[in-house]
Design a protein around this ligand. Sequence first.
Ligand code: NAD
Length: 338
Amino acid sequence: MNKITIGVIGAGRIGKLHTGNIVKHLPQFYIKTIADPQIDEAWATSKGIPNITRDVNAIFQDEQIQAVVICSPSPQHAPQIIEAARAGKHIFCEKPISTDIDLIKTALQEVKKTGVKLQIGFNRRFDPNFAKIKTMLQENNIGTPHLLRITSRDPKIPPTEFLKTSGGMFIDMTIHDFDMARFLMNSEIDEIYASANVLINPVFQECDDIDTAVINLKFANGTLGVIDNSRQAVYGYDQRVEVFGSHGAVHADNNKPTNTTLSTNDGIISEKPLYYFLERYEESFVAELAAFYHCMANNTEPAVTGEDGLRSVIVSMAAEQSRRENRPVKIDYEKWSN
Ligand SMILES: NC(=O)c1ccc[n+]([C@@H]2O[C@H](COP(=O)([O-])OP(=O)(O)OC[C@H]3O[C@@H](n4cnc5c(N)ncnc54)[C@H](O)[C@@H]3O)[C@@H](O)[C@H]2O)c1
C-alpha cells in the first residue's frame, strides 16, 4: 500500500477528529503538516505530526504533500479548495463548500481544470445504518419509495462564535439531511417548503438564524419527504431515517451505547442515544477518509463529488428562501445563483 502524504488545514473540533482517526485507524495516510492560525501545539505534538504551523501556505507550497484535508471554518473552504487545486493537491473538504454559489462554481472549475480529486465531507452516507437503507432501496426491498422521513436533532446548541460564521442552520446542519435525502432517493429535490422558528434560545435570533424547522420536500421522481430539525434535543443526538414504499418500509433507529433495557416496578428505562457526532458517526468519519484514499489510489470518481456539495448548498439556500418568504420554492439547479 502506497502511503499518501497529506496536510490537515484547520484543527478545531472536526480537524482534531479527522486527525485522530487518521493517526489511529488509517495508516494509508501520512500527516506531514497540520496548519491552524490558533493551533493547539501540545495536542498536535501528541499526535506525532512532524510539522505544526500557523501558516496554511506551508501546506500549499510543500511539493511532498499530495492531498489536503480542509477542516477550517466554512468561509475558508472555497478559497482553500482553489489554492489546493492550483497547487495540484487532491482535496477532502468539510461541508459546506461555501455559502456563495459563484465561489463554489469557481472552485469546482479549478478542480476540473487541474484534474485533482475533490471529496466533500458528507460522512453520513458512510454510516452503516443509512448505507444499509441505501442498499435495501437499490435491491428494491420496499418497492417504489413514496415517503422519506428524516429526524435530525442536535443535542446542544453550538458556540455563538461558531454560529456567527456557520451560514445558518440549513446550510450548516440540515445540509447533511439534504444530502442524505438526495443520496437515498437517488433523485433531486425539486421543490422545498421550510417552516422554521426560534424556540430554543434567543442567540439564534441575534445571529439571524433559526433553531427548529420542519421541511417538506418533493423529489423529481415524485417521492415526498419531510425533515424535522432541532438544535437541542435534551435526550441526546436524535438521528433517524425512515423510507416508506409500495411494498413496505425500512427505518434506522438511534444508536445507543448499549441495547440494555431495565424494567422494574417504576418503569422501563433504556439508554439515551449516543451523545453527538463524534460518537454517533465515528465509523462513518473513518470510512469516508478510507473512500477518499481509495479514489486517489485507484483514480476513481470520489464517493461524494463537488457537484453533490454544490447541489446540497443550493437546496439549503432554497430552504432559507422558503422560510423567509413563507412559501414553497421550486429549485432550478442550472439557474440558481446568488
Ligand atoms: N461533517 C461533520 O459532521 C462536521 C461536524 C462539525 C463541523 N463540520 C464542518 O467543519 C468545519 C469546521 O468546523 P469545526 O466545528 O471544527 O469548527 P471549529 O471552530 O471548532 O474549528 C475551526 C478551526 O479552524 C481554524 N481556522 C480559522 N481560520 C483558518 C484558516 N484560514 N485556515 C486554517 N484553519 C483556520 C480555527 O483556528 C479553528 O481551530 C465547518 O465548516 C463545519 O461545517 C463538519
